[in-house]
Ligand binder design. Structure first.
Ligand code: ADP
Length: 304
């Protein structure tokens, strides 16, 4: 089944109040961090994902409850919050990676371009082509740099006019071409960690996705490699919709247009702590005048 035919790219205008006074701070809160300007997000923007009351279970354990939010096209959306609050669980729902985890169950609705992502007949493999993922630890195949990029397009039967060109374009878009163009036949594992992560981004790009999900993509990298990936994300945002899980609040503030803050709190009737979405807004609002005390405590380091 070709989801490309099914998933009509419906344009859903979203009008937002302008509440972005960058000078505003919550009383008593001083956040000394660089926050991405939100000029770009002022107009109506198309919704790519619409989540409605999403609950995720692992067996009988409710890991995440009642998440409702929208993710917008050509924006970077960051998921932040303390460890165990369900950020990775939620990002994996967006390309049905949780299908691969025994016992994982998703309830509620997730619409992708107005189609039910978990609806009958939706092919999870095609979903994962359109919605690619980059993981915490760079995971290139133990193959040449060239083959790492060419593998995905070959497996899914893409027939580019020139595979060489597709490989070059993917590496250029991932800001890696200049560093590897003379050693394409070299094993990808010989690259540095930061280069390997950009290779994984190039590999995701090669199959022409719509969305790139990044689960802590910089947590295994040094600050210089992290900076390069952050710069790259801003470039990629022009062509792709990006969702990033990060435990690094400064990173969320620097790169993202919108930020969702999650927390893990005791669920009624059980002793379990389950994840929930506390607040979701434009990044500068979250970092300068959060509406919820819990968000404020988290971003000012008073959490816990
Ligand atoms: P975060 O990414 O915010 O650190 P996770 O999504 O990894 O949080 O985890 C949310 C909760 O779900 C945690 O309590 C975690 O222990 C649990 N969890 C995550 N993955 C699994 C799994 N495969 N099986 C069982 N429980 C899991």
């Amino acid at each position: 089944m070709d989801l490309g035919d099914q998933m009509a790219q419906g344009r859903i205008p979203v009008t937002e109040d302008d509440h972005n006074d960058p000078s505003a701070t919550t009383e008593g809160v001083r956040i000394e961090t660089e926050v991405k300007s939100s000029d770009r997000t002022d107009g109506p923007t198309e919704v790519v994902f619409r989540l409605d009351d999403v609950h995720v279970y692992y067996g009988s354990f409710l890991a995440l409850r009642g998440v409702t939010l929208e993710i917008h096209k050509h924006e970077i959306t960051a998921f932040i919050g303390p460890s165990g609050c369900g950020k990775s669980t939620l990002i994996r729902c967006l390309n049905r990676m949780n299908d691969l985890i025994p016992g994982a169950k998703v309830e509620g609705k997730i619409h992708y371009h107005d189609q039910d992502l978990y609806g009958d007949g939706v092919d999870p493999v095609e979903v994962r082509r359109r919605i690619g993922m980059v993981f915490q630890k760079p995971n290139p195949f133990p193959k040449s740099i060239y083959d790492n990029i060419a593998y995905g397009p070959k497996v899914i039967g893409m027939r580019p006019a020139s595979m060489e060109e597709l490989v070059e374009q993917s590496l250029r878009r991932a800001a890696l071409w200049d560093e590897v163009k003379d050693k394409l036949k070299q094993n990808a594992l010989s690259l540095s960690g930061g280069q390997q992560q950009r290779l994984c981004i190039a590999r995701a790009i090669a199959v022409e996705p719509d969305v790139i999900l990044m689960d802590e993509p910089c947590s295994a990298l040094d600050p210089i490699s992290t900076g390069r990936i952050e710069d790259l994300m801003e470039e990629l945002e022009r062509d792709y919709t990006i969702v990033i899980v990060t435990h690094n609040m400064q990173q969320a503030a620097r790169v993202s247009d919108r930020t969702a803050f999650f927390n893990a709190e005791p669920a009624e009737g059980t002793g379990d702590r389950t994840g929930l979405l506390v607040e979701y807004d434009r990044t500068d609002a979250i970092f300068t005048h959060p509406a919820d005390r819990r968000t404020e405590d988290y971003i000012t380091g008073r959490f816990g």
